[in-house]
Every structure is written in C-alpha cells, then in structure tokens.
Design a protein around this ligand. Structure first.
Ligand SMILES: Nc1ncnc2c1ncn2[C@@H]1O[C@H](COP(=O)(O)OP(=O)(O)OP(=O)(O)O)[C@@H](O)[C@H]1O
Ligand SMILES: [Mg+2]
Length: 289
C-alpha cells in the first residue's frame, strides 16, 4: 500500500532575506506498509514524524528517494488526485479541521469537492458518521461537540472520501484520557472491521500496543521497526530517545529486575493480571486465567 525507498527531505531555512540553508529532517527512510496494516509511528519531538506523514498525502515531495502510494509515485503529477483520495489525513487539533456549520455538512466537504451525486454523498456521510458512532449528532454544530467527538467527526470526514488508508498525526494529543480512548477505539475498529490501513503517529505508547508494526524514529531516521512485543522487549532503546513506555510494561520490567519471575514484555493490564495470577498460583494456572 505504501512503499518508501531512501526518502530524504530537506527544509529550506531562511537565515536572512537572501541567505538560506537546508536542514535534513528525513534521512534515508525506507519503509513498507501492507494493505490493512495498522502501523504506529513513535519518536521524540522533531524526529520527523509529521514530515513523513506529509509525504504520504503529497503535501511534501521527496528531495531524494521515492514514495509510492498504492503503486503510484508521489512525484507523478497525474497521480495526485488518486493518491489524495486514497490517503485521508487527520491532524492534532480538531478545531482547525472543522469546515462545516453542521456535523453532516462538515463530513460532506470532501465528497462534495469530488462532485459526486448527492445520494452518494448522503450515503457516505451517514456511513462515515455511523462508523465513528456519531450519526445521532449529524444535525449538531461541530463546535458544540466535545474534543473527542470533534476528532471523531474529523475521522468521519477522512472516511467519507473512501480512502484505503488514513494517516493520523497525533489525533489524541489534545484530548483527555476518556476521549483518547473513544478515538483510539474508533481507529482500531476502522482497521480491524473495515480493513483500512492506518498510520497512527502518537506520543502515547499505550495507544500502540495493538499495532501490527511500530516504527521508532529519531533525528530523521527509523531507528527501530517491529511488532509491539519486539519493541517493548528492549525498552532501553525507547528510553534512550526519551520515550515513555506503557505503565504496565515498565512495572513488569521493574518487577523482573527485582527477581519477580514475570514474563516480559507485558503490554496490557490484562496480560499483567494474567502474569500475576500465574505467579501467584505457582505457574500451574491455565494460560486463559
Ligand atoms: N516548514 C518547516 N520549515 C523548516 N523546518 C521545519 C518545518 N517543519 C518542520 N521543521 C523541522 O523539521 C524537524 C522535524 O519536524 P517534524 O514536525 O516532522 O517532527 P515531529 O516528529 O512531527 O515532531 P513533533 O513530535 O513535535 O510533532 C524539526 O526539527 C522541525 O523543527
Ligand atoms: Mg509532529
């Protein structure tokens, strides 16, 4: 679905009206994402995550290397429309993404720009709002919704464009824990039930434990790529780039370092509880307890 080969991105920095320099913020990035995968991108501030996301929707073009979306090179001008329709984007601040005075008008914005017949638009808007659990709010003003609901409207807006892939750049950064959970549940459902390829950029490591693959970025490089189990099996790499790990994962590692026979990595509270039960029952307990 997404194939990135040796991508280099340099921003132009204007030091004065006449003097400019180049800053390399993506350096030799190679990455393949298969259809239907859920891929999480982690990395400290300034590591190049948003720059990478912008390449997926042709908001930026490579200085070197190539990005293919569904087999189409982002440098191919004739593929622009196709790529943009295949890749929906959701950004951090829900307020900046509102374009309509009602929820349904907001979600209809994308399909309307494609000149689709109005029945198709209505159907897509209803399906998208249903998918994010907000069909009952379709007549409301988006400004009256909670942060989590606004972000779900933004996801519905991306969905209404019928994309194969949705890229979410820190969609939960401005939300409280309950709203974060709502949004992450919706994202997981779209991936598991509708088969939409998801690229989720986040600073919250607890949001990535269900991903098929995690990419860890630092200073414009992918420094680690693997399953959540692989990544959290050695948290020293995450710590080295000042990233947190899920609380239960950290707790399990600390207990292990003090001699508790816990099997690591532990990624979820349920796994943690199961490990505690196993140890408590002297390792004789069934795995499904
Ligand atoms: N338009 C721009 N012009 C010049 N430099 C930029 C521009 N946008 C980003 N940068 C720089 O590029 C680097 C990577 O930025 P980017 O926004 O991709 O990082 P990020 O990983 O998304 O960070 P964050 O976690 O803070 O969102 C940073 O050093 C940033 O200052
Ligand atoms: Mg960013």
């Amino acid at each position: 679905m997404i194939n990135i080969k040796n991508l280099v991105h340099r921003y132009t920095i204007w030091e004065s009206d006449t003097k400019k320099s180049k800053k390399t913020v993506l350096d030799d990035v190679t990455l393949d994402i298969s259809p239907g995968q859920m891929v999480a991108v982690l990395g400290p501030n300034g590591s190049g995550k948003s720059t990478l996301a912008k390449h997926l929707n042709v908001l930026l073009l490579p200085d070197e290397g190539t990005v293919w979306i569904d087999g189409k090179d982002t440098k191919d001008v004739s593929a622009l429309w196709n790529i943009r329709s295949n890749v929906g984007m959701v950004f951090q601040n829900p307020d900046n993404q509102i374009v309509g005075t009602s929820v349904e008008e907001d979600v209809a914005f994308g399909p309307e720009n494609k000149n689709l017949p109005s029945e198709v638009i209505q159907e897509r808007v209803a399906d998208s709002l249903r998918a994010v659990g907000l069909l009952h709010k379709r007549k409301s003003s988006p400004f009256r919704l909670s942060g989590g609901q606004k972000q779900r409207v933004a996801i519905a807006g991306a969905l209404a464009g019928a994309p194969k892939c949705i890229v979410l750049d820190e969609p939960t950064a401005m939300l409280d824990p309950a709203a974060r959970k709502e949004v992450i549940n919706v994202i997981n459902r779209l991936n598991k039930e509708a088969g939409i390829t998801i690229i989720l950029i986040t600073h919250h490591t607890d949001e990535v434990v269900g991903a098929d693959k995690i990419i860890l970025m630092n200073q414009g490089h992918i420094i680690r790529e693997g399953t959540p189990e692989e990544l959290f099996d050695d948290i020293s790499i995450l710590k080295a780039v000042k990233m947190d790990v899920p609380q239960v994962t950290e707790l399990a590692w600390r207990l292990k370092s003090r001699g508790v026979p816990i099997r690591t990595p532990v990624l979820t509270e349920d796994q943690f509880a199961a490990e505690m039960m196993r140890i408590y029952n002297g390792d004789t307990i069934r795995e499904d307890c």
